[in-house]
Design a protein around this ligand. Structure first.
Ligand SMILES: Nc1nc2c(c(=O)[nH]1)N[C@H]1C(S)=C(S)[C@@H](COP(=O)(O)O)O[C@H]1N2
Ligand SMILES: [Mo]
Length: 371
């Protein structure tokens, strides 16, 4: 059996950047997010506690739905598959702290650049269909999610993380109980045999190793519910944030990443055209445009976007950028969402836990010899 304390197991993973060894947290360099569908080998990892016991038979994995329901359910993965229609959606999963390292001064927590995100094909059933079978009572207001992973001290009684969503989010068709990732059985490290996918909102809601959903008549109060909050009134950078009103972080902000060329790459002397490729997504909203600039935002070239396959899929985009000569360049990519919000150049929304940083992505490259 695998040692549950040995957290640093990156087998099957391809050049992820480790941000923390115990618990294991690893992000994907932007240039490795160049595929339309993020391969499992390149999908980021975020654990908050230890790993649960591995199971022999994924079909026999059980989970329960209880609380404010007429008929509490206790179902195996096999029963889920046979009782409810399976759906596949390609959807972004993004850590709530993605982009944190761009805050100044440094905010507390894992120093994500833009690689705490990936876009995979998830197959499962809509949580909504299962909740309908359980029969929601009028008092059903919120969910509480429970996984099998013990917390950092090894206590199975204490959850590593247990967050929840307002019932309206749980009832969206795209909120899935998933057992397949990119057509393969959901890998253990990504929460297999069964996990939640709550798209567009912080990844912490997408409970891995799912054992229980508690339907509640009030906001859930599990570990993790007091974090993932952002200030209602803007704070001066570096303040301790112990004062002032906060709200729960829900939809993630619009973000684009440049996946080619790679940061720090060199291109042949005389190169005058660069094909820029990337991805963009916007939490609950749609991406309406992506623009690129090589002059710090003085002029912009608009990107061609491939339409998303379904809601919560990312947009892949390309832009052709003309270069006036050899030398050093910085490309910026800036996405705009369906509410007209574009990515900012500066992270003026500083907060102690470093949420919501979506500054434009910058990639520097050279054409020709370094002089
Ligand atoms: N049971 C459990 N589920 C969890 C976590 C965890 O520590 N334990 N981490 C959450 C966080 S913070 C994120 S960002 C995503 C990461 O999913 P991944 O490791 O598959 O990329 O899982 C979420 N689900
Ligand atoms: Mo996260």
């Amino acid at each position: 059996m695998q040692d549950r304390m040995s957290a640093l197991d990156l087998s099957g993973k391809d050049r992820l950047t480790v941000l923390s060894e115990a618990p294991l947290v690893a992000e994907t360099p932007e240039s490795l997010l160049d595929d339309d569908t993020t391969p499992i080998a390149r999908f980021f990892i975020r654990n908050n506690g230890l790993l649960p016991e591995r199971v022999e038979d994924p079909e026999a994995w059980r989970f329960t739905i209880d609380g404010e329901v007429e008929h509490p359910l206790d179902l195996s993965v096999a029963e889920l598959k046979s009782r409810f229609p399976a759906k596949t959606f390609r959807m972004v999963l993004e850590c709530g702290g993605n982009g944190r390292s761009f805050f100044e001064p440094k905010a507390e927590g894992n120093a994500w650049t833009n690689g705490g995100a990936g876009c995979a094909e998830w197959t499962g059933v809509s949580l909504r269909d299962v909740l309908q079978a359980a029969g929601l009572k009028n008092t059903a207001l919120f969910t509480g999610h429970f996984g099998a992973d013990p917390d950092k001290t090894g206590s199975v009684e204490r959850q590593a993380m247990s967050r929840g969503v307002p019932i309206t989010k749980a009832l969206e068709e795209h909120t899935l109980l998933a057992w397949t990732m990119n057509g393969e059985p959901l890998p253990f490290i990504h929460g297999g045999p069964l996990r939640l996918i709550v798209p567009g909102w912080p990844g912490s809601l997408s409970q891995k190793w799912l054992k229980r959903i508690w339907i509640r008549d009030r906001e859930h109060d599990g570990p993790g519910m007091t974090s993932y909050r952002v200030p209602v009134h803007p704070l001066p950078p570096g303040s301790d944030g112990t004062h002032g009103e906060t709200r729960i972080l829900e939809s993630m902000p619009v973000r684009s990443i440049i996946t080619a060329p790679a940061h720090g790459s060199s291109h042949e002397a005389g190169t005058r055209t660069i094909m820029v490729r990337g991805a963009a997504w916007a939490g609950d909203d749609a991406v309406t445009r992506v623009d690129c600039s090589i002059d710090g935002g003085a002029t912009w070239v608009s990107a061609q976007m491939t339409p998303p396959r379904n809601r919560y899929d990312w947009v892949r985009w390309t832009a052709t950028v003309e270069l006036p000569g050899d030398g050093y360049y910085e490309i910026f990519a800036r996405a705009t969402d369906s509410q007209g919000r574009a990515q900012p150049f500066r992270a003026v929304n500083w907060n102690p836990n470093g949420y919501g940083c979506n500054v434009v992505h910058r990639v520097a490259f050279m054409v020709g010899e370094v002089v």
